[in-house]
Structures are given as C-alpha cells and as structure tokens.
Design a protein around this ligand. Structure first.
Ligand SMILES: Cc1cc2nc3c(=O)[nH]c(=O)nc-3n(C[C@H](O)[C@H](O)[C@H](O)COP(=O)(O)OP(=O)(O)OC[C@H]3O[C@@H](n4cnc5c(N)ncnc54)[C@H](O)[C@@H]3O)c2cc1C
Length: 360
C-alpha cells in the first residue's frame, strides 16, 4: 500500500484515483472545484476554476481521429482505450437513470461535399498504419442512400464511412461515478495545488501534503514549465427530442472537424476543432455557426433549442500524444489534447504498475 497524492480531479485524476483505490492504495486528490459535479455554466464566461475539460468533452471515442496528426502511437493508445473503457464501465454502476456510461455502436465519418480529399487522406493514413490498425474493422463506405438508411436524420447525398468499433462515453456521468465509487479516496475539494515535487504537494494555502508518490494531473492547469500549449474548444448543447441519431457523426470540412454526438434526453453536443494545419489561425465558430454546421449535417437540428455553449481548454502537445514522465516519487502526465477521454485509460494502465512497483 502506498500513499499517493493526485493534483487534479479531471478525467485522468479520477480514473487514476479510482483504479489506485481499487488496488488498495491510500489516495488523496486535490482540486479547486467545489465538489464532484461540474459548476454551473454561464454563457460566454471563462471556465470556472475546477472546471475540468473532461466535463465539456463531447465524449466521442475515435481511435481514427489522432491519425489526423499522423500520430499512430496515439491512435494505438486509443484503440487500447476502447477495450479498457469497456472493462472499467463494467465495474461501475450505470448512470443514475440506468443509462450505460459507454455505448459502442460505431461512429460515422462524413465527408463534406467541398472537401472530399480530407476523408481520402485520413483513410490513406489508416491504410498506411496497418501495423497498428490491422485488427480494426475496416471503415465501411456508406454512400448517399446507404448512409440515409443507417442514419435517416442525416442530410441527403452525403458520403460517409461507418467506423464500426468506435464508441461514445457520457463524460459527466462517468466522472461522477468514478468519484462516487473510488474506494477509500480522500477528495479534497476547494483545494488548489501550487507546486508538486517528489512525494510532496504544496497547496496554495501554504500547507503541504507528503506521502510516497505525487501525481500531476492538472490538465490545462499544470505548471507553466510544462511543454504544452492550450487549445480552446467549445461544446454547444442542442435540445431536439424528436431527432434520432444512433451514433456520433464526425464531419470532415476543409479546415474544421465537426463532432455531433447524441446524448440521452434528446440532447446533441456539437463541437468543432480546426485541423492541425489550421489550429489557431482562425476563430472557432460561435453558437449560431455551430448550429448551422450541425444542421447542414442533420437538417432537423435547425429547429433545435440551444441549451448552452461551453468553452474550455485542452492541454495539447505538438505531437498530439500525451507525455508520461516518471521519477521515483513523482509522476507527471500532460497533453491529453483533443482525445483525453479516448487515451486516459491507456495512460493510466501504463502508469499504474510503476506507481505500485517503484518505491522511493
Ligand atoms: C470542447 C471539447 C471537446 C472535447 N471532446 C472530446 C471527445 O469527444 N473525446 C475525447 O476523447 N476527448 C475530448 N476532449 C478532450 C478531453 O476533455 C481532455 O483531453 C481531457 O479532459 C484531459 O483530461 P485531464 O484529466 O488531463 O484534464 P481535465 O479533464 O481538464 O482535468 C484537469 C483537472 O485539474 C484540475 N486543476 C487545475 N489546476 C489545478 C490546481 N492548481 N490544483 C489542483 N487541481 C487543478 C482542474 O480543476 C481539473 O479538475 C474535449 C475537450 C474539449 C475542451
């Protein structure tokens, strides 16, 4: 049994705490959030302290997506992440209303009519990465009528590919369940960390926690010395109870990637990000533009009610691959980028044995 202090109760921090607690370690987690649930969102406001990017995420689990960065390692970590999430979610109760935390019905990648080459390029990357993608089901072309038969709400005459193994997770519910069911974990809410050192965490009130291991999972809040940059992203919540989508859609525009993820209760999350070549060069679409993009893909969403728009920061590294740095007594994990939900279980799976085995 080791005493492990974790800075940050986002996706990584909670997953790590949950698994370390299950393994019988004594875990303390520090986070400035007021509690385990996300704070209330005020339109247009900057994220409150403690507002983990994990709450804002659309929840698409797409191992194909990191190949946009030409990053086969992240794609492979994502592929492993799917299996690990399946296992983790089996150990957790369903969300309060009985909904499964993870759903694996595939996703559909849709080409934008003005940029068919974007999908062709990504599929070529998938073929070229056969050393890691050999076990993946091949993307199944869904042209026009076939796509409509699969997802009747999608606009006519679009071309798509069914990515049969891809999945989605309910981010808020999963974060909550990880916290509720983490055995014996001491959650110190309202507690921000100033610095992290070997087996020691200094809090902003000047007090210090000491144990066997300190772990830095502060995401975008990590030390300014970390080799990462922050990429803004937003998620628009639309409410359209009459619209049915069985699985998430990802549309490839010339310079944008649009994710449209169905949630229970007639909610749809619309999230957009620039392609790696265009990141940071133009502003992201606002709420009206996001709704227009979503309704070009699913026309009935033009009449959806806008519930809210969330903005948050993704901790990114150039290569879109997380970095795990470990020295006895100190573990730092940074750069989960656009794919933190997808990659987190693999990162934790790689880090856990070292925490348990290595002593100070
Ligand atoms: C709009 C948007 C859409 C996304 N969609 C997806 C998606 O569909 N699929 C996917 O896989 N990923 C998605 N992501 C990415 C994913 O959410 C992130 O990669 C993931 O949340 C990173 O996890 P993390 O634990 O490193 O950071 P976070 O989840 O941000 O958690 C960091 C935690 O550290 C805490 N913290 C910060 N500073 C301190 C401090 N000083 N002391 C103590 N604690 C501190 C914060 O309060 C927070 O709780 C999306 C992100 C955004 C913004």
């Amino acid at each position: 049994m080791r005493r492990i202090g974790i800075a940050g109760a986002g996706v990584l921090g909670r997953l790590l705490a949950y698994q370390l607690g299950q393994a019988g370690h004594q875990v303390t987690v520090f986070d400035p959030a007021t509690g385990p649930q996300p704070p209330q969102v005020h339109a247009g406001a900057a994220p409150a302290p403690g507002y983990a990017a994990g709450f804002t995420a659309a929840g698409l689990l797409s191992p194909l997506a990191p190949l946009e960065f030409g990053n086969a390692q992240a794609a492979y970590m994502g592929w492993r992440g799917l299996a690990l999430w399946r296992h983790i979610c089996r150990t957790l109760p369903a969300a309060t209303d009985g909904l499964p935390l993870m759903r694996q019905r595939g996703s559909v990648m849709v080409a934008h009519p003005s940029a068919p080459e974007a999908a062709a390029l990504l599929l070529a990357r998938w073929r070229n990465a056969q050393d890691i993608t050999a076990d993946w089901p091949a993307p199944r072309p869904m042209r026009g009528a076939a796509l409509q038969a699969l997802e009747p709400a999608v606009a006519e005459q679009l071309d798509g590919w069914l990515l049969a193994a891809e999945a989605q997770i309910l981010p808020r519910e999963t974060l909550h369940q990880l916290c509720l069911h983490a055995q014996g974990v001491d959650w110190r809410w309202g507690t921000a960390v100033r610095t992290i050192g070997v087996a020691s965490i200094e809090l902003t009130d000047g007090s210090r926690w000491r144990g066997d291991w300190a772990v830095d999972c502060r995401g975008a809040g990590a030390s300014p010395d970390e080799p990462m940059h922050l990429v803004q992203g937003q998620a628009l919540w639309l409410h359209a109870p009459g619209v049915k989508l069985a699985r998430p859609l990802r549309q490839l525009h010339a310079t944008l990637r649009l994710d449209l993820v169905p949630r229970p209760g007639g909610v749809f999350i619309v999230s957009a990000q620039h392609t790696p070549d265009h990141a940071g060069t133009q502003p992201l679409p606002d709420a009206a533009q996001l709704q227009a993009l979503a309704s070009a893909l699913v026309p009935a969403l033009a009449d959806a009610q806008v519930k809210h728009l969330e903005t948050n920061l993704r901790p990114a590294r150039q290569a879109a691959c997380p970095q795990i740095r470990i020295t006895p007594g100190l573990l730092r994990i940074t750069g989960l980028h656009h794919y933190g939900w997808l990659l987190a279980p693999t990162v934790v799976d790689e880090a856990l044995p070292q925490l348990a085995l290595l002593g100070r």
